[in-house]
Write a new protein. Structure first.
Length: 301
């Protein structure tokens, strides 16, 4: 399939954004990528993508801009900043904003986008780098029905499941933050469990094998514990992501006067790991933090 009249801009060529951009390239879209990392842009260019030095340059004439940055501040900068992508988009274009942000931030971005005559879809993503590269993400999205219709071909290319959760931005963000509450708690619990096993002098590779086939298993245990067994903390998803996301959970819960004691404990575990200098490392580094506190030796220490 080729899409000669459809230019898609992907801002943020990290593990998720690179997979999204590659999936679009495979489907024949004209894809322009932009990232602060020269290495990431060079890698994308080697695979046939076009690159641009700024979001404004990348978004010039684009029908769809997909923002795959980390947080609300970065979303603000790449969309609305001095070199933001929205300034030169094609008339009637659509933004897919994939960062995990608060519902209030998503609603604000939508209003500002619509004021410029463009459409905005609140489209946080889940599935990890492997599913991004395969075009099999899960997208928890909300926005105007017409906006979904306008980018259906793009969504079909990058996602296995697109949940259309409402007609206005903020709903997708709220669903994603529920997911992140669970994800953060499960990662923290997995790291605590595997280091607890180590403290009892168990073979933690064997523990992983047994628990993965038992009722105590979780997707995060099964996915993250291999990083610990291999001693490989290169960031697939960084500790700082969960200090941010569980911080959003905490902020929302405080506003609602809703107790989140388990999520709050998990947040502090990620904060401690970041304070120990591992904020940019893989989020399984929570296990390293526990090991440092308790004097345990993990693989690759």
């Amino acid at each position: 399939m080729t899409q000669p009249d459809r230019t898609v801009c992907v801002i943020g060529l990290g593990s998720m954004g690179m997979g999204i951009a590659a999936s679009l390239l495979r489907s024949g879209f004209d894809v322009v990528g932009c990232d602060v990392s020269a290495d990431a842009m060079a890698h994308f260019a080697q695979h046939g993508g076009r690159i641009a030095d700024t979001p404004a340059e990348a978004g010039r004439g684009a029908h769809v801009v997909i923002s795959v940055v980390v947080n609300a501040a970065q979303t603000e900068a790449v969309l609305f900043g001095d070199t933001g992508a929205l300034s030169g988009m094609a008339r009637g274009g659509t933004i897919l904003s994939c960062a995990t942000v608060s519902p209030d931030a998503a609603r604000s971005f939508e209003a500002r986008t619509q004021a410029l005559g463009l459409s905005y879809i609140d489209a946080p993503i889940s599935g990890g780098a492997t599913r991004a590269a395969a075009g099999e993400l899960t997208i928890m999205a909300s926005g105007a029905p017409q906006a979904f219709d306008d980018v259906r071909d793009v969504l079909d290319c990058i996602a296995a499941k697109v949940y259309e959760l409402g007609d206005t931005a903020g709903i997708g963000a709220a669903f994603k933050i529920v997911n992140q509450l669970l994800a953060g708690v499960h990662i923290a619990a997995a790291c605590e469990a595997i280091t607890f096993a180590k403290a009892m002098d168990l073979d933690i590779a064997r523990v992983y094998e047994v628990i993965s086939a038992s009722a105590g298993n979780s997707w995060m245990f099964e996915n993250r514990v291999p990083h610990i067994l291999e001693g490989d903390y290169s960031p697939r998803s960084a500790v700082d992501i969960f200090t941010k996301d569980l911080g959003i959970v905490s902020d929302i819960a405080r506003g609602l006067k809703f107790p989140t004691p388990v999520a709050s404990t998990a947040l502090q575990m990620f904060v401690m790991t970041a304070a120990a200098g591992m904020g940019r490392d893989d989020d399984a580094s929570v296990a390293r933090m526990i090991a440092q506190l308790t004097g345990l030796d993990l693989p690759g220490a």
